[in-house]
Design a protein around this ligand. Structure first.
Ligand code: 5GP
Ligand code: ZN
Length: 114
């Protein structure tokens, strides 16, 4: 747990979130400002700021969760595809300094990448 980290606070249950998936290592919840219906964030439960801060176990747990979750998210909102990605660092658009993967459902004809 890192003080003043929004996503650590979500893991701790101090800030509400709409959890869609959870394991011992990973939590997934709906994005508060979704770019598409079903936009989901997947995070390691213990704090890591950047991708390079993740150890092997957490890297694997995070990607395992993304792999399992992505088709489920698409199915839940009847999407045709998904953008899966991580903004790693402020200059890349990372606003919350706790590693998170975005799973953004995409629909035929929805107008291109977000
Ligand atoms: P980033 O720009 O860091 O890659 O993405 C951060 C994402 O976290 C944004 O899509 C933003 O909407 C989402 N977000 C920020 N604060 C909260 C929050 O308190 N709850 C939830 N569910 N999502 C949040
Ligand atoms: Zn954190």
């Amino acid at each position: 747990m890192s003080d003043d980290c929004i996503f650590c606070s979500i893991v701790a249950g101090e800030i509400p979130a709409r959890t869609v998936y959870e394991t011992d290592e990973v939590l997934a919840f709906l994005d508060a400002n979704p770019l598409a219906r079903g936009h989901t964030l997947v995070i390691p439960k213990t704090h890591a700021g950047r991708v390079g801060d993740l150890d092997v176990d957490r890297t694997r747990a995070l990607f395992d969760a993304v792999a399992e979750l992505t088709p489920r998210v698409q199915e839940a909102v009847d999407a045709d595809a998904a953008n899966v990605g991580i903004n790693d660092g402020e200059a890349a658009g990372q606003e919350v300094p706790h590693v998170h993967a975005h799973v953004i459902p995409r629909f035929e004809g929805d107008g291109g990448a977000p």
